[in-house]
Design a protein around this ligand. Structure first.
Ligand code: C5P
Length: 238
């Protein structure tokens, strides 16, 4: 694992977090969106937000939730002074854009925004600090990512058509860290494009090259029912 230390930042630089939390999480096959499922005595999203708050770097955290969401207002954390609720959008990118708009008054174009999925509750303050530390002087920004432990195949239907060179393939995690102005412009210009499945891909479409920063493998996204038990195990180990 990388050595993790947090360098002091210039006093004028602000950091914001945006948490897209308006997905329904169909693959969980649960009675409620996956961010409201219980994990070690709290909901998934409470863990995620408490960890972002523990990082102690954010001026504000914008959480994008569906307007019909009955669960969010009942959570005490929704009333936290650093947390601002934004309306969720049709796609993840729309939810992120909505979060950016709600902090417009507080943020300048050069401030950093860290977008983090509500469904990644095992994020550590150490990884947040390491990401910031690694990218603070970068022109574009970048993302936490992981190399693939498996050999990766290209397929058509169920037939293998090639083996990818693993040294060039990384799995995109969150947080993804970009400057407010650059991220907002990139997301606005790519609205409605189905190829935009994370924030970095919107910047890539602009011809920019975000960096990867190696993250912890326990920063999993809750996607399938068995992921809850795995997340609980990782939390106990952390
Ligand atoms: O569905 P998936 O796991 O890729 O979603 C990643 C994150 O984006 C989740 O935290 C989910 O709540 C959020 N999301 C959103 N608005 C949407 C779709 C997904 O905020 N329309």
């Amino acid at each position: 694992m990388n050595s993790r230390h947090f360098l002091p930042m210039t006093p004028s630089t602000k950091f914001f977090a945006i948490v897209p939390a308006a997905g329904v999480g169909k693959r969980m096959q649960a009675d409620r969106p996956k961010q409201y499922l219980e994990l070690a005595g709290k909901t998934v999203i409470e863990h995620t937000l408490l960890r972002l708050l523990q990082a102690d770097v954010f001026t504000a955290i914008a959480v994008a939730v569906s307007e019909e969401d009955p669960y969010w207002p009942d959570l005490a954390v929704s009333q936290h002074q650093l947390i601002i609720t934004a309306p969720g959008g049709k796609e993840r990118a729309d939810s992120v854009l909505s979060g950016l708009k709600i902090i417009r008054e507080q943020a300048s174009d050069d401030d950093w925004v860290l977008v983090h999925d509500a469904a990644r509750p095992c994020i550590t303050a150490g990884d947040i600090h390491y990401l910031i530390d690694s990218l603070i002087n970068d022109d574009v920004g970048g993302i936490l990512a992981l190399a693939s432990p498996d050999t990766l195949k290209q397929v058509q239907g169920h037939a293998i058509t090639g083996t990818l060179d693993r040294s060039h393939i990384w799995r995109a995690l969150t947080p993804q860290m970009f400057r407010y102005g650059m991220l907002k412009a990139a997301l606005e210009q790519s609205q409605g494009n189905p190829a935009i499945t994370d924030d970095a891909s919107a910047l890539e479409l602009q011809g920019l090259q975000p960096k990867i920063v190696e993250g912890r493998p326990d920063n999993i996204k809750i996607t399938r029912p068995e992921d809850l038990a795995l997340a609980q195990f990782y939390m106990e180990q952390q």
